[in-house]
Design a binder for this molecule. Structure first.
Ligand code: AGP
Length: 598
């Protein structure tokens, strides 16, 4: 995971800008942080354990200069400690590097470097890069050539930014880890994603795997590195239309709450752009007629994928399967050139999803991608892609992007089925209005429900049909931010095992179908758990009588669109349970927003 950033200016200092950019990247990792600045011809490093605010205090005596790099870490190699925090410097302190990714076989390189007299001060894979660049600079004083020779020896995944004593420039390399270049006036930037730089620019160059780059205050040069030979490439500057305000919490205490509250507006936006998805849905139909559709995703996006499978079958009569991305290598022997992979990823950077896509491409399958982040690796690897238009999501727990993914899957299935194209637009507008007008009510009811869960060890989420994945999503939200054990289950499957866990006062949150036939079945399921002492909380259509200890009625009009309504209280229940327990929902322990390791 980790976030990296770099700034090089013709005039002025970089420390405050680096801190601002790094804060926008904290969602990628926040166990330690650091910056390296070139000032008066020397490299100065400030780093430590904790969040950026804790580690770097710009009011204290920190050296400032016109070029610098920064890092926020999510540990992979080496424990969380000051020594292992980035940036890392070479023995002679001539080179500093920050890195996101994991280097393969770095121990062998490290041993060779140590045999040649290099002294290491951390356990990280990253430090070998600094020492390698130092060696290459001793062979050739040209920083770009020395850097490219060092990069050529690296294997694995990396986004690297490096500064070199005596040079007002930043050197970059990318392979399988995200890295973008931001274009300014008299200053240029680099970062792990566009969100870190939106307050500075909306003009970006997206590096590809196997490329290196040199940025100075007035220039950007990019080369591809083929077998160690550098070939200059021209990269187009692309405009990203996300506004920097979207990265501001405003009056909300946490980004997660702000992002939950943005949902009605996202649905409205999607309702107005149904035809943007037409070309993509045509492609999906075309390829699916040749072979099968395999939906590939992780975490929350996987839950959206399950709903997508349901919709493709129900609305478009299309056969599909859903494979958890990290399992794809073992479960994909049947996939070949006639098949289409529908990859769903908010970040477009999830390593498991990208690996699945690379495997699918090696088998000549087509890859269609649904993502949220412009310029993300998935957009580059796929044959076609569409955006869910949710704007940047900062909270580690995916909320508005789940809703947007589900809405987009509705649009795609409706476009394929043709008959529902106008209807889906109306439905999205209707849910948007209904959410907008009932948000305060849902908020306060969810807060009450959270007070019933706070002291519990286990919470179960049950659903049937299209709301079985919604139940999975409710459980994922609760466990990831409140740390209470939660399990989502198809309500009918419950009696095949988990029912043994039900005892006095164990809460089960049950999502009640609007459809009579399915509702009857779930009512039996509620009776089964309540007769064993469970505490049933129902989220349900209004004006319907269901046995429960606490109910939250909502204005649900159709079974198929109900996940878009039901998920909102589930998100708020998780949010209020976490915050009441004093947990930061934007930065849950051990987790990062973009999981760029397999
Ligand atoms: C969601 O709340 C999680 N933080 C996580 O499961 C996430 O959905 C998963 O890592 C996939 O991310 P992606 O959509 O960016 O690929």
């Amino acid at each position: 995971m980790c976030g990296i950033v770099g700034i090089v200016k013709r005039h002025g200092k970089v420390v405050r800008d680096l801190i601002n950019a790094l804060k926008k990247l904290e969602y990628r990792g926040y166990d330690s942080a650091g910056i390296a600045i070139l000032s008066d011809g020397e490299i100065y490093v400030t780093k430590g354990v904790g969040t950026i605010d804790k580690v770097i205090d710009p009011t204290k005596d920190i050296k400032d200069g016109s070029v610098g790099i920064g890092h926020t870490r999510w540990a992979t190699h080496g424990e969380v400690s000051e020594e292992n925090a980035h940036p890392h410097v070479s023995c002679n302190r001539e080179v500093a590097v920050v890195h996101n990714g994991t280097l393969d076989g770095f121990n062998a390189i490290r041993n060779q470097l140590m045999n040649r007299g290099h002294v290491f001060s951390s356990e990280t894979d990253t430090e070998v890069i600094a020492h390698l660049i130092e060696e290459k600079l001793n062979e050739i004083r040209d920083p770009v050539k020395a850097f490219s020779r060092a990069v050529y020896e690296l294997k694995g995944s990396y986004a690297i930014a490096s500064i070199i004593k005596g040079h007002n420039l930043i050197l970059l390399a990318r392979n399988k880890s995200p890295l973008v270049i931001g274009i300014g006036n008299g200053e240029n930037y680099c970062a792990s994603d566009v969100a870190a730089l939106l307050h500075k620019t909306n003009r970006f160059i997206f590096l590809k795997d196997g490329e290196i780059a040199l940025i100075t205050p007035d220039s950007v040069d990019v080369w591809s590195l083929n077998d160690g030979i550098m070939e200059k490439v021209n990269r187009r500057v692309e405009i990203v239309d996300w506004s920097p305000q979207l990265l501001d919490k405003g009056n909300y205490e946490y980004f997660m709450l702000k992002e939950i509250y943005e949902q009605p507006y996202i649905l409205k936006k999607l309702a107005k752009s149904v035809y943007y998805y037409k070309r993509f849905s045509d492609q999906l139909l075309k390829y699916s007629e040749r072979g099968g559709i395999s939906i590939v995703a992780a975490g929350t996006s996987y839950h959206a994928g399950l709903i997508g499978k349901f919709l493709l079958s129900k609305l478009a009569g299309a056969r599909s399967e859903v494979i958890i991305a990290s399992e794809f290598p073992e479960w994909s022997s049947h996939i070949g050139k006639d098949d289409v992979i529908l990859a769903i990823s908010q970040s477009g950077e999830t390593a498991d999803v990208l690996e699945a896509v690379r495997i699918a491409k090696s088998k000549e399958a087509k890859v269609l991608a649904i993502t949220n982040v412009p310029g993300s690796t998935l957009t580059r690897l796929s044959d076609e892609n569409v955006f869910i238009q949710a704007g940047p999501e900062v909270g580690v727990a995916a909320t508005k992007t789940f809703l947007a993914q589900v809405a987009v899957l509705h649009i795609l299935s409706s476009l394929i089925s043709q008959e529902r194209t106008l209807q889906i637009k109306e439905e999205l507008l209707d849910i948007s209005d209904s959410l907008e007008s009932s948000m305060r009510y849902i908020d306060s009811a969810s807060r009450k429900i959270s007070s019933l869960l706070m002291d519990k060890e286990h919470v179960f989420f049950l659903g049937r049909g299209i709301n079985y994945p919604t139940a999975l999503e409710g459980a994922l939200k609760l466990k990831e931010i409140s740390y209470i054990h939660a399990e989502g289950y198809p309500a009918g499957e419950y009696k095949h095992g988990p029912l043994a866990l039900i005892e006095e006062n164990v809460p089960s949150i049950v999502l009640i179908p609007i459809d009579d036939k399915i509702r009857k079945k779930i009512i039996y399921n509620i009776m089964e758990i309540c007769s064993r002492g469970a505490f049933a909380i129902t989220i349900q259509p209004k004006d319907i009588d269901v046995p429960s200890d606490f109910s939250l009625p909502l204005d649900v009009k159709s079974e198929l669109t109900s996940p878009m309504l039901y998920v909102v209280p589930l998100q708020l229940i998780a949010y209020y349970t976490a915050t009441s327990l004093g947990r930061n929902p934007d930065k849950p322990r051990n987790l990062a927003k973009s999981v760029t390791v397999e």
